[in-house]
Design a protein around this ligand. Sequence first.
Ligand code: SAM
Ligand code: MD0
Ligand code: SF4
Length: 348
Amino acid sequence: MITDAIGCVTSGVYCEGDVAELLAAEGRDLEELLSAAREVRDRRFGNRVFTYGFAYFSTHCRNDCPFCYYRRSNTSVQRYRKDPEDVVALAGSLEDSGVDLIDMTMGEDPVMRDDGFGRFLSLVSRVRDAVGIGIMASPGTVPRELMVPLREAGADWLACYQETYDRTLFGRVRGSQDFDIRRDQKTWAHAAGLLAEDGIMVGIGESTEGRARSIVDMGLTGCDQMRAMAFVPQTGTPMFACDPGREVDEIRAIAVMRLLCPDRLIPASLDVDGIAGLPCRLNAGANVVTSIVPSEGDLAGVAQHELDIANGNRSAEHVMSVLGDLGFEPANAGEYRRWMDSRREALR
Ligand code: SAM
Ligand code: MD0
Ligand code: SF4
């Protein structure tokens, strides 16, 4: 019976074997796991769900991650770098549409990183001047000295996903990038007063036990938001022929993260299975919808660069209506700000 493992993980007195057992749950055991995760989420957050708009403002990248569509050597990508005016306008329209945060994401674009990240910092502060919603920066890895200027420019969050806490597997999926520097982004962000998001990919060659260890290690970093996203194979990349990550493995990972870390934010990303993937992720205990992208604006997703964007299924309006149909209420920006303030307070 899975009840014992659920009890151990929920009480915080568990071993990795308990976590791995939950990550393999099937049938009635899986139902029990999901139900326990929902109960924990509902107790903390009720039926209120936070909503994040996604602004992939530069798809240029100096890195060559083999899983990523935007890796440097994928020459089939039509890349763009949005003008600051366009990003500010997008931020305004996201705020008007009721989302709680804008996630300002880029590849490791040398132009934005030039000159001490001058262009990037200036873009963040222009967005800060224009809107009152939360701002997340997802610039890839940045030097430690950038964290304070980023906070001063108006960012609330730094997002940087480890993908896996297994060093060997990390080397395979992130090449020569430095494991420790990537991991430490979260600690450096906290020291500068930024909230921090971490994440793993599911189905990149890890075992169930390895996934369990990554989830436990990710929880131990103290990150304020944690995610799991199933791997989506990308054309023109070395991992194109690999099997995709399984949705059910992502769902189990979400539920386990919720039991392990009841008070953190856990996304249901639209960037893996589009809007069709929203109900099952919320059903597993997620409490944030991420990767909301307006249909106008020619913006891309990351794992799914086109899915559900042009048809409006990832627009704020559509997402809000689906949330309502599912019995959830989108939280407003004031509630979100209060959550961030209390979390920051606890960091001091
Ligand atoms: N370039 C920055 C970086 O790599 O940190 C910011 C972009 S970040 C939003 C890209 C994240 O999306 C990756 O860290 C990975 O977790 C996820 N991702 C990228 N390609 C993916 C794919 N093919 N399948 C699933 N997740 C993917
Ligand atoms: C998402 N496509 O939320 C975005 C992205 C970057 N901070 C997040 C992976 O799913
Ligand atoms: Fe660049 Fe980020 Fe893609 Fe890696 S995951 S290639 S750093 S955009």
